[in-house]
Design a protein around this ligand. Structure first.
Ligand code: NAD
Ligand code: UD1
Length: 343
C-alpha cells in the first residue's frame, strides 16, 4: 500500500501524527531538516512504533530531497498516496523579526512540496493551517466561514498558503486539499516518550507552565488580567496533540474517499483561561504553579475557541481528551524528560 509522506515529521505535531498513522495501519515516510527538532525523536519513534522509521533528512525547499522521499517510498512501499505538510517555522515573535525567512521557508516550502507532488502524480495534501488565520474573531465560537485576517508574517504564511492552494485547485480539479486550522495543540503522547521540546524560553503557555512545574522557571508570567473574559486572562481552545494527530488520519481518509477538499477547525470547542490551565497543571503535577501578573503581550486577543462541529459532520472526528489529560500527559513527558530530547 502506498505510504503517507510527512514533512516536518520529527516536529511536535509531526511525531505524534506519525504514531497515529501507524496505529491506524498506514505506512509513513518522514522528511525534516531538523531545524527545529531533534534526531533523537527517531529513536523514540522506533521504540513506540516497533519499527525503524523511514526518514530522509532534508529541507523541503530542496527538490532533490523530496524526490529522494518519493523514490524511497517507491522501493520501501508502493509509493506515496498523500502528503501531510507540517514543515514550517512557527514562532510569531520571530516572524516579526525575520519576515523574509518566514515567507521563504513556509511559502517556498509549500510551493516546493506541491511541485514535487506534481512531478510524482500525487494530488492529496493535508495543510497545517492555524486558528491564527481568523485574526481577532468577530464572534465566538469561531466557524470556518468566519472572516480571515493575518496579523503577523507567520499568520500571513498560513493565510497565503491556504489561498495559494485554493488557487491551484481552481486551475486543476485533480488537486484535493484538507485545510486543517489547529487551535492550541498541547500535551504529549501518553507514554511520556515524545512531546513538545521548545528551544530556549517557551513562547507558548503550556510548555512554559511545564517548565515552571519542573523547577526550570520560577513562576508563570500571566500576560494581562484585564481581558474581556470571566477571570480577565486570555481564553484559548487547548487541544490534546493526540486528538489533533487523529484529526490528520481522519482528513487523509476523507480525501481518499470523498475526493474533494475540506476546510475544518481542529479544536475542542471549549475555552480555558490562563489561570484555568495553570490550576489544572498544578493539579496534574501535584504542586502549585506560582503566577505573576504581567502586561499584555502585543498582538494577543481576549478569547479564541472553535466551533468544531464541521469536523465531526464531515470527517466523523472530534476531540475526546480533556484538560486534565492534556496536563497529565504533558507532565509525564516534562517530568521524565526535563531537558527534552537532550536529556
Ligand atoms: P515544530 O517546529 O515542532 O515542527 C515543524 C518541523 O518542521 C520541525 O521539525 C522543523 O525542523 C521542520 N521544518 C521547518 N522548516 C523546514 C523545512 N524547510 N524543511 C524541512 N523541515 C522543516 O512545529 P509543530 O508545532 O509540530 O507545527 C507543525 C505545523 O503545525 C507547522 O506548520 C505549524 O505552523 C502548524 N501549527 C502549529 C501550531 C502549534 O501551536 N504547535 C498551531 C497551529 C499550526
Ligand atoms: C500562539 C500564537 C498563534 C498560534 C498559536 C498556536 C502568538 C502571539 N500567537 O497563540 O499565532 O496560532 O499560538 O498555538 O504567539 N500566556 C501567558 N504567559 C505565557 C505564555 C502565554 O499568559 O508565558 C497567555 C497568552 O497571553 C494567551 C494564552 O496564554 O492568552 C495562550 O498563549 P499561547 O500558548 O502563546 O497561544 P496563543 O496566544 O493562542
Amino acid at each position: 500500500m502506498p505510504a503517507i509522506l510527512l514533512t516536518g515529521a520529527t516536529g511536535y505535531i509531526g511525531s505524534h501524527t506519525w504514531l497515529a498513522l501507524q496505529s491506524a495501519g498506514f505506512d509513513v515516510i518522514g522528511v525534516d531538516s531538523l531545524v527545529n527538532s531533534s534526531p533523537k525523536v527517531l529513536d523514540r519513534l522506533t521504540e513506540l512504533g516497533g519499527r525503524e522509521p523511514v526518514f530522509v533528512e532534508g529541507d523541503v525547499r530542496d527538490a532533490a530531497a523530496l524526490d529522494r522521499c518519493f523514490e524511497l517510498a517507491g522501493t520501501r512501499f508502493g509509493g506515496i498516496s498523500a502528503v501531510v505538510h507540517f514543515a514550517a517555522l512557527k514562532a510569531v515573535g520571530e516572524s516579526n523579526e525575520r519576515p523574509l525567512d518566514y515567507y521563504e521557508n513556509n511559502l517556498g516550502g509549500l510551493l516546493s512540496v506541491c511541485q514535487a507532488m506534481k512531478r510524482h502524480g500525487v494530488t492529496d495534501l493535508v495543510f497545517s493551517s492555524s486558528a491564527t488565520v481568523y485574526g481577532k474573531p468577530e464572534s465566538l465560537p469561531i466557524t470556518e466561514s468566519a472572516a480571515l485576517k493575518a496579523t503577523n508574517p507567520y499568520g500571513q504564511t498560513k493565510l497565503i498558503g491556504e489561498e495559494l492552494l485554493r488557487g491551484l485547485e481552481q486551475c486543476d480539479a485533480s488537486w484535493h486539499f484538507a485545510y486543517l486550522r489547529y487551535f492550541n495543540p498541547v500535551g504529549a503522547h501518553p507514554s511520556g516518550r515524545i512531546g513538545e521540546d521548545p528551544r530556549g524560553i517557551p513562547n507558548n503557555l503550556m510548555p512554559y507552565v511545564a517548565q515552571v512545574a519542573v523547577g526550570k522557571r520560577a513562576h508563570l508570567n500571566v500576560f494581562g488580567n484585564d481581558y474581556d473574559t470571566p477571570d480577565g486572562t486570555g481564553v484559548r481552545d487547548y487541544i490534546h496533540v493526540c486528538d489533533l494527530a487523529e484529526g490528520h488520519v481522519a482528513a487523509l481518509r476523507y480525501l481518499a474517499e470523498q475526493k474533494r477538499s475540506l476546510t475544518v477547525n481542529l479544536g475542542t470547542g471549549q475555552g480555558y483561561s490562563v489561570l484555568d490551565l495553570a490550576r489544572a497543571y498544578g493539579e496534574a503535577a501535584d504542586r502549585e504553579i506560582p503566577v505573576v501578573f504581567a502586561p499584555r503581550r502585543p498582538g494577543d486577543i481576549d478569547a479564541c475557541y472553535a466551533d468544531p462541529a464541521k469536523a465531526f459532520e464531515t470527517m466523523g472526528w472530534r476531540a475526546t481528551r480533556g484538560l486534565a489529560e492534556m496536563c497529565a500527559d504533558s507532565w509525564r513527558w516534562q517530568s521524565s524528560n526535563p531537558n527534552g530530547f537532550e536529556a
